[in-house]
Design a protein around this ligand. Structure first.
Ligand code: SF4
Length: 368
């Protein structure tokens, strides 16, 4: 008997594998990299320790389409967990077919996560992924409806577990006692879609672009994001690595339309202006409309706003200049200070919400 197990390298997925292996199931781990979460290194390390094969796959543009319009909405931030899990499981279902496996399993525990692991949500995920009875959650199986491998007698339900709720102490004890797991993995830092500091940028992207691309997601972590109007925003580097990343993003053939303003005769921040007014990638004779010229001037002023004035004010002989990369060409342009750009707000971190006090039932450890 063979199973594909969604495998992050965390405690739950390790235990799901162990519980199945104990029943003689051959396990193949599947690790999915999303544009916002990559735990493939941890997963590879843990898979090696467990002695299982690991397949790592990366989502393409379909992840962004899902993020833009998740059927089941978002969790506490911009995390579309139910749809995200469903998409992962569709990949797992495909791998199951390709590898001639009998079923798919996950380390999900009923009630562990408020946004995707309530029992009715687990049922939705089984249905929407198309796996239905072929999806087994070995750690909570005994409190969930019977799955195909249990009904057919391939899996002994009594040897599956009945964990539920949050908390890790009982799970960790079970892992140590039953399977001799010595190093219990720390809970992962998780995906940035759940982070207060990240969500405003994602919301800004979703609000202004109907169908964002992977490129639009790749630009989110870098620098300061400043929105000029609904059709244009500028990212200004905060550190050298931001500026390197902006360079790289500009060089990508899959980029959204943008132009790059790079300091030419002084050391300072570069600015990437993203707008549909910008020319296509590789355009050798780009046209600069009046509107685009205005945006470029503002982007240049923003680059100065976040650069050290002592450096650019001494730039000789013509004052600070920028190298403008536009389409497939490059030109030198003067950069002008403009106090009006000080009022363009940076899309900021959300204030941290005070942690709600846990109700007693929420602080219970996973109970079996
Ligand atoms: S936390 Fe992120 S990676 Fe995990 S299910 Fe939710 S959206 Fe997907």
């Amino acid at each position: 008997m063979k199973a594909i197990v969604l495998f992050s390298g965390g405690l739950d997925s390790i235990l799901a594998c162990c519980v199945l292996q104990r029943q003689g199931v051959e396990v193949i781990g599947l690790n999915m990299i999303t544009p916002f979460h990559d735990c493939s290194r941890d997963a590879a390390k843990r898979a090696k320790e467990l002695g299982i094969e690991l397949v790592t796959l990366e989502f393409g543009e379909e992840y962004m389409a899902m993020l833009a319009k998740p059927k089941w909405g978002y969790g506490s931030n911009v995390n579309p967990c139910i749809d995200c899990r469903t998409l992962m499981l569709r990949y797992a279902a495909k791998l199951m077919e390709e590898r001639g496996a009998d079923f798919v399993a996950t380390g999900e525990i009923a009630g562990q996560r408020p946004n995707s692991q309530k029992i009715h949500q687990l049922t939705l995920i089984s249905r929407d992924s198309g796996l239905n009875g072929k999806l087994v959650r070995p750690l909570s199986a005994r409190i969930l409806p019977k799955t195909d491998p249990e009904l057919s007698g391939q899996l002994d339900r009594e040897q599956l577990r009945a964990f539920s709720g949050r908390g890790r102490t009982k799970l960790a004890a079970y892992a140590r006692q039953e399977f001799g797991v010595k190093q219990i993995p720390q809970p992962s830092s998780g995906c940035v879609l759940c982070e207060n500091s990240y969500a405003p940028r994602v919301r800004d992207m979703l609000k202004h672009k109907e169908l964002p691309t992977l490129w639009d997601a790749k630009i989110l972590p870098w620098g300061r994001r400043l929105r000029l109007d609904p059709t244009a925003f500028v990212v200004v580097g905060r550190r050298a690595e931001d500026c390197d990343a902006l360079d790289e993003l500009f060089a990508s053939p899959k980029r959204s339309r943008c132009v790059l303003v790079y300091p030419d005769n002084y050391n300072g921040a570069s600015a990437l202006l993203v707008t549909d007014e910008a020319p296509e990638y590789g355009d050798e004779n780009p046209t600069i409309s009046d509107k685009l010229a205005q945006y470029i001037e503002t982007a240049g002023s923003l680059a100065l706003r976040f650069s050290n004035p002592d450096r650019y004010r001494v730039a000789k002989p013509n004052g600070p200049q920028g190298r403008l990369f536009i389409g497939a060409t490059k030109m030198i342009i003067p950069l002008k200070e403009n106090p009006e750009v000080d009022s363009i707000p940076i899309i900021q971190e959300q204030e941290k919400k005070a942690k709600p006090k846990r109700r007693p039932e929420e602080s219970e450890e996973a109970a079996e």
